[in-house]
Design a binder for this molecule. Sequence first.
Ligand code: PBG
Length: 327
Amino acid sequence: MVSFPQLRLRRLRRSEALRNLVRETDVRTANLIYPLFIEEGRHIRQEIDAMPGIYRFSPDVLAAEVEEISRLGIPGVLLFGIPVRKDERGSSAIDPEGIIPQAIKTIKNIAPKLLVITDVCLCEYTSHGHCGIICNDCVDNDQTLPLLAEMALAHAAAGADMVAPSDMMDGRIKAIREALDNKGFTEMPIMSYAAKYASAFYGPFREAAGSAPQFGDRRSYQMESGNVREALREVEQDISEGADIVMIKPALAYLDVIRSVRDTFTHPVAAYNVSGEYSMVKAAVRQGWLDERRAVMEILTAIRRAGADIIISYHAKEVAGWLSEKE
Ligand code: PBG
């Protein structure tokens, strides 16, 4: 065994080239997905207060944004819809001409190769802001499933490349897979928000999407932050029902969960670097307290090192820009 002074770990850190040569984990633009908020209406380009640099767009003004995303080499976007009409059952979510079907068609016209992934969840469409149908003051699992399946079908029919259910109802992957297969969408992948925790870090998103629950909270369907074994059961359930990609959300406070899922299953793993994680960095950067580029790259590297293949991040455009400067 060699030991100090023959052993010197600093030898491989002496130059940038050496450090690059032995780097174990990289962030690549090809692994990033950029979320987009699409609001029904015209001429809307509204910055979200708590998320500087992130906007809600109406479909008619999406072109510049979508072109920029494609030019940066970001492979995909994840769409969230903000409808004009909300009701108890979230009916506008299943409208084949609804806000997300409109956005899918618009984006596919502008950038046919960009992967269009859609969030499948009712919370932005229901008047009460919950992710499912309310029955006796409770979010009813089984009554929600057919609506989610129909929502996924509307997205598939409009030309989505992948659907991403985020509601945390039991059995939704099975319901969605069956509906897609029955209608001939056998090739449509499902990226399941498999382990989604009830998190404070969704705060800015709820402002952005207008989806805060009007009563109660989401703890009867989203997970408790202390649980890892339960996350593995959630992932196992979704895989057994046909999920193609499994997601852990949020990312930063759940790196150990990402690692456990990575070590336990062979499916591709995605991590959602959520709104609050973005806002925290932006706030500190605005105060002059953090170097944005270094902080963001360190965070995304950590998410990759924990085992995520895919990262959904509001920083994706900035990161893609920085990565292209390096080459
Ligand atoms: C639900 C959904 C949420 C997010 C993605 N999908 C919010 C929630 O569960 O309240 C959060 C994303 C983020 O915070 O960036 N449709």
